[in-house]
Design a protein around this ligand. Structure first.
Ligand SMILES: *Cc1c(COP(=O)(O)O)cnc(C)c1O
Length: 325
C-alpha cells in the first residue's frame, strides 16, 4: 500500500485504481467497473441507476439491503423493496415470476431483481450457476434488470468451482467486496456495461464517493485478489469443521445447512442461553462469535483464523455450553 503508484482517482489518473477497475471488469464478466468505498454504496448506486423513484426491487426476505443498510434503498434510491421468502437467502425462478407485478397504475413498477451471492443471512449459501440463470431469464423475460450483490462472490465462485464471471456475466450489474474474505481494509468494485458505469459515476459523485489518491487502498484490494482468493477454500474447510463440531454438541442446533462457504449459523435456544449471553461468555475466553438475534449466532471463518483457532473455538464452546442442556 505504501509503495502504490497513485494519482487523482476522480480524474482517472490513479494507475492503481485504474488497474483494479480493469481487472475487476474482467473478473466479473462485464465491460467496465468503478471503485467505491463500500459495498453498501454499490447497492445504493445500482438501485439509483436501474430504477426511478417509486419503482420496486425484488429481493429475498433476509437480504442485506433490507436489514443492514439503514433504509438506504428508500432514503437514497427512493425505491420500494419487495421481500420474497426463499430458502437460505436464495430464490427460485417460480418465486421471482410470482413476485413480478402486472403493470397497473396503482402498483409500484417492478423494475429490478436484486440477488445476493453468497447469501449472508442464508448461512453463506452459494448459488448454483444454473439456478441463477433461471432466475435471470425470468427477470429479463419480463423486462426487469438483475443486480448481484457480490459481497462474497469470491467465496461463491470458489465453493462452486467456477469463475466469478460465470455469475457476473449473466446480470446487469455486479459488485465484489475487498473487505470481506479477501482481507483488504476498504473498498468494493461495481461492474456493468459502459453506459451503466458512466451513470454510476454520477451517483458516486453525488454521494461523495469520489476520491483522490485512492491507489493506496486499491493496492490492498489488488493484493487481496492476488494472494487471498484461492485460500478462501481453507476458510470453507474450517467452517465445515466448526459446523461438524457444533452438530455434535448437545443443545446447539445448526441453522441453514449445509455450510457452503465460510459462515456457520447456529441456535442456542435449547440451551436456554441467549445468543448475546453466549457471545459474552465466549469473548471472555478470547473467542469472537456474533449474536444475530435472541437465539442465533453467526460464526465467520477468515484469514485471521487458522486450524488451531478453530479447535480453540470448539473447546471454548464446549466449555461455556452446559452439558446437561
Ligand atoms: C457486507 C455486505 C454488504 C455491505 O458491504 P460493505 O462493504 O460492508 O458496505 C452488502 N451485502 C452483503 C451480502 C454483505 O455481506
Amino acid at each position: 500500500m505504501a509503495a502504490a503508484e497513485v494519482g487523482d482517482e476522480q480524474a482517472f489518473e490513479d494507475p492503481t485504481v485504474n488497474e483494479l477497475c480493469e481487472r475487476c471488469a474482467e473478473l466479473l464478466g462485464q465491460e467496465a467497473a468503478v471503485f467505491l468505498p463500500s459495498g453498501t454504496m454499490a447497492n445504493q448506486i445500482s438501485y439509483r441507476v436501474h430504477c426511478r423513484q417509486g419503482d420496486e426491487v425484488i429481493v429475498e426476505a433476509s437480504s442485506h439491503p433490507i436489514h443492514f443498510e439503514s433504509g438506504g434503498p428508500s432514503a437514497v434510491a427512493g425505491i420500494v423493496l419487495n421481500p420474497v421468502q426463499g430458502r437460505r437467502g436464495l430464490l427460485d425462478a417460480a418465486e421471482v415470476r410470482a413476485a413480478i407485478r402486472p403493470r397497473h397504475r396503482h402498483s409500484p413498477r417492478s423494475r429490478l431483481v436484486s440477488l445476493e451471492n453468497t447469501a449472508n443471512m442464508g448461512g453463506g449459501a452459494a448459488w448454483e450457476v444454473e439456478a441463477m440463470r433461471a432466475v435471470v431469464a425470468v427477470a429479463h423475460g419480463a423486462g426487469l434488470a438483475v443486480h448481484l450483490d457480490g459481497a462474497r462472490l469470491a467465496n461463491a465462485a470458489v465453493a462452486r468451482g467456477v469463475t466469478m464471471a460465470a455469475f457476473g456475466s449473466m446480470v446487469d450489474s455486479v459488485w465484489l467486496d475487498f473487505s470481506k474474505g479477501l482481507g483488504a481494509p476498504i473498498g468494493a468494485c461495481l461492474a456493468g456495461s459502459k453506459p451503466f458505469i458512466e451513470e454510476a459515476w454520477r451517483v458516486k459523485q453525488q454521494l461523495g464517493g469520489s476520491m483522490r489518491q485512492a491507489g493506496i487502498v486499491a493496492a490492498a484490494a489488488l493484493y487481496g485478489l492476488e494472494h487471498h482468493y484461492d485460500r478462501l477454500a481453507d476458510d470453507h474447510r474450517r467452517a465445515s469443521r466448526l459446523a461438524e463440531a457444533i452438530k455434535a454438541m448437545p443443545g446447539l442446533d445448526l441453522i441453514n445447512q449445509p455450510v457452503d462457504t465460510n459462515l456457520v449459523f447456529f441456535s442456542t435456544a435449547k440451551t436456554g442461553i441467549a445468543a448475546a449471553d453466549l457471545q459474552e461468555r465466549l469473548m471472555a475466553t478470547g473467542v469472537r462469535i456474533g449474536a444475530i438475534d435472541q437465539w442465533t449466532m453467526r460464526a465467520c471463518t477468515h484469514l485471521d483464523v487458522d486450524d488451531e483457532g478453530i479447535e480453540r473455538a470448539v473447546e471454548a464452546l464446549a466449555s461455556v455450553v452446559p452439558v446437561a442442556a
